[in-house]
Design a protein around this ligand. Structure first.
Ligand code: F6P
Length: 524
């Protein structure tokens, strides 16, 4: 097997051979390129076209990437994941997010399917039991207990009438909860305390404040206004929170992979259990495509391999994700956690150093992004691959303006790929160097026929699997997140010191900051 720390010679040679070939030349020399580098996935009420043709690659590269994936055991690891083996090796856990929506043994063993079906039955029963007098839902959670359901609810708001308004609170910044509660009345509000661990400081602090707000608002049966979602129900009692319903999730479902679990109960409370079912159906369709499609035809496999190729072989250290869809505005933030918390690692499964892993993921909505950071994408000194995402059918009221939105996306991908040379720009000669754009900037375009709840589910699953593929290529464990622990425990110590004398264990900079903060805080 290739050393995960180095780029195999044949891939480095392929990259070298492409350095002198522009995307213009690659398209000119291969009239079928757009055809053979596109993949379509049927998603029931929608269809997805993924166009990889503007990536820096050719047939040899695709063949070599697929072969490299075989060598590095991507499909073996996938089989282990599906079988429920403990591929999260540092925590000795299985990885069962696909099982959360599975209905076939192709994606999960029957006993895991049963667990998932029980979870959803319970969720539906809890949703049905929530009083009709509840008009507002406040989801308290952070990271995977926030980003996925927030993305889904924000998007579904443009597709379905909401029976209840949902708000999301994640930050320990008191302003977050303050703002979420504006205009709400306690007896019409239910809180979802969503925390896989039920030990996250931000979430528990906000939940305690929410409890106090309910009591101050005259609610006596506090538990009727609180649903907990957790993998650690036994921890609830110690928090002092009264909880009417507990929805459980398995330990083997990572927070950032948890959208198809009970973590998304807010979606069902706002848009109905049927909407959540549609999302899970879309995820399942993408799962089945991922596990059954041949490697060359497999959209998540190719997406993951191309991200790996760009980061590891071509050396592009970041990727921008730009949805041309107002309702997918939360997608970049969601993907930041999914991808970077999964693969932002420096050691492989055996603890040996890995020189390249996850690119930095960033982005925001088009066309807004065009008026913000696209200047750098077109002419900056960094080459930043872009993932574009949109849909042909408008979700708004003006079809013509939606066409303009999609046209902008196509135009940006075109400009990035093909650019305009100095000799082509015309006009004032002294400005030609400034106006030329180099082109050769890679992108992938994902176009849905319609953005439905199922299509969004499929999009999320597509990225989950692409993340899995990259992690397998680097041989990192994509399912732990030890890197976040040090900061969490230091925050506890720093907060304790904030109200006393800074302890000797803090560095000089932190001590100085603490002293300044205490002094300014005490002036208030
Ligand atoms: O600190 C990172 C993290 O553990 C994420 O992985 C997770 O999604 C988030 O915190 C919230 O954790 P929990 O759902 O346990 O509150």
């Amino acid at each position: 097997m290739s050393d995960a720390r180095s780029v195999p010679d044949h891939l480095a040679a392929l990259a070298e051979s492409l350095r002198s070939a522009s995307l213009r030349e690659l398209f000119a020399s291969d009239p079928q390129r757009a055809e053979w580098l596109s993949r379509k996935v049927q998603l029931g009420d929608s269809e997805l076209l993924v166009d990889f043709s503007k990536q820096t690659l050719n047939r040899d590269v695709v063949d070599a990437l697929v072969a490299e994936a075989e060598t590095r055991g991507v499909r073996r690891l996938l089989a282990d994941m599906i079988a429920g083996r403990a591929i999260n090796s540092t925590e000795n856990r299985a990885v069962t997010h696909m099982a959360m929506r599975a209905s076939s043994e192709a994606t999960a063993p029957i006993e895991l399917q049963t667990t998932a079906a029980d979870m959803i039955r319970h969720l539906d029963a809890v949703v049905a039991a929530v009083s009709k007098s509840i008009t507002h839902v406040v989801n308290i959670g952070i990271g995977g207990s926030d980003l996925g359901p927030a993305l889904l609810c924000d998007a579904l708001g443009a597709m379905r009438p909401a029976a209840r308004e949902v708000r999301f609170v994640s930050n320990i910044d008191p302003v977050d909860l303050d703002r979420a509660l504006v205009g709400l009345t306690a007896r019409h509000t239910i809180f979802i305390v969503c925390s896989k661990s039920f030990g996250t400081g931000e979430t528990l602090a906000n939940a305690r404040r929410a409890r106090a707000w309910l009591v101050a608002g005259g609610v006596t049966a506090v538990a009727d206004h609180v649903i907990a979602v957790t993998a650690q129900p036994e921890r609830i009692a110690a928090t002092g929170l009264e909880v009417g319903h507990v929805l459980s999730m398995p330990d083997s479902v990572g927070g950032r992979y948890s959208v198809s679990s009970a973590v998304s109960v807010s979606v069902a409370l706002a848009f109905g259990s049927g909407a959540l079912r549609e999302i899970r159906d879309g995820m399942r369709m993408m799962d089945e495509h991922f596990v059954t499609a041949p490697m060359h035809d497999n959209a998540p496999m190719l997406l993951g391999l191309i991200w790996w190729w760009n980061a590891t072989v071509l050396g592009h250290p970041s990727v921008a994700v730009v949805p041309y869809s107002r309702v997918l505005g939360l997608l970049p933030g969601y993907l930041q956690q999914l991808i970077m918390e999964s693969n932002g690692k420096s050691v492989d499964r055996s603890g040996s150093p890995v020189s390249t892993t996850s690119p930095v993921v960033w982005g925001s909505i088009g066309t807004n992004a065009q008026h913000a950071f696209f200047q750098l994408l077109h002419q900056g000194t960094h080459v930043v691959p872009v993932d574009f995402v949109s849909h042909s059918a408008s979700l708004g009221s003006a079809e013509h303006d939606h066409d303009a939105l999609v046209a902008n996306m196509f135009a940006q991908a075109q400009a990035l790929a093909f650019g305009v040379a100095q000799g082509e720009v015309g006009g004032e000669p002294s400005l030609r160097a400034h106006r030329a754009t180099p082109g050769n900037r890679p992108s992938t375009t994902m176009l849905f026929s319609r953005l439905t709840p199922g299509a969004i589910g499929a999009l999320v699953a597509l990225y989950e699997h692409a993340t899995f593929v990259q992690g397998a290529m680097w041989n990192v464990n994509s399912f732990d997140q030890w890197g976040v622990e040090l900061g969490k425990s230091l925050a506890v110590q720093v907060l304790a010191d904030m109200n006393g004398t800074p302890s000797a264990s803090h560095d000089a900079s932190t001590k100085r900051l603490l002293e300044q903060h205490r002094s300014w805080r005490n002036e208030r």
